[in-house]
Design a protein around this ligand. Sequence first.
Ligand SMILES: O=C(O)CCC(=O)C(=O)O
Ligand SMILES: [Mn+2]
Length: 199
Amino acid sequence: MDVQIIEAPDAELRLWSHIYSDTECCHLFTELSHSTPWRQDQIQIFGKQFDLPRLQSWHANPGLSTKYSGIELLPSPWTPVLLDIKEKIEALSQHSFNSVLINLYRDGQDSNGWHADNEPELGQNPVIASLSFGATRRFRMKHLETKERSIPPVSLDLQQGSLLLMAGHTQSYWQHCITKTAKTVEPRINLTFRTIINV
Ligand SMILES: O=C(O)CCC(=O)C(=O)O
Ligand SMILES: [Mn+2]
């Protein structure tokens, strides 16, 4: 399967553009939309509660828990479709994962703000495998020392069936986000496979 190395300083990025066919993507999108127990999580800013601009679901091996944007997430169990996908991602990435965070971006107004996947329970230099279904959305990355070192940002239009692997020092030096778009876009589902280390 064709993999592209994306060159960026202090990052290790690999992109497979189509690990599933368009037919498989449509099927998996429908299956995931229906079988996922979507939750509207909230974030607290200056004592006020706000809805996150997307729906989420967190699945992991029993006994694991994590915090995401300061929110404690209790895991749901793996479903057969998620285990099938996990097996494929593990074969391609040569890495094993024990959890997945699923995001549903309902339309162009749903988004994911600038952040790094650097929660302590992911350990040092985590390997994150990000799989997308549904609408193409722009994934942007910025180096934390952009100003000092004038490192250009990275911008990727993640299409359905694409797998982006982030490894090495990526989460220490770079942040990423999914910006809102004024364009009319169909829903998008993104799965980030992660390895939680018991801390
Ligand atoms: O939706 C995406 O492509 C990225 C999701 C993400 O960064 C996350 O859930 O941590
Ligand atoms: Mn992330």
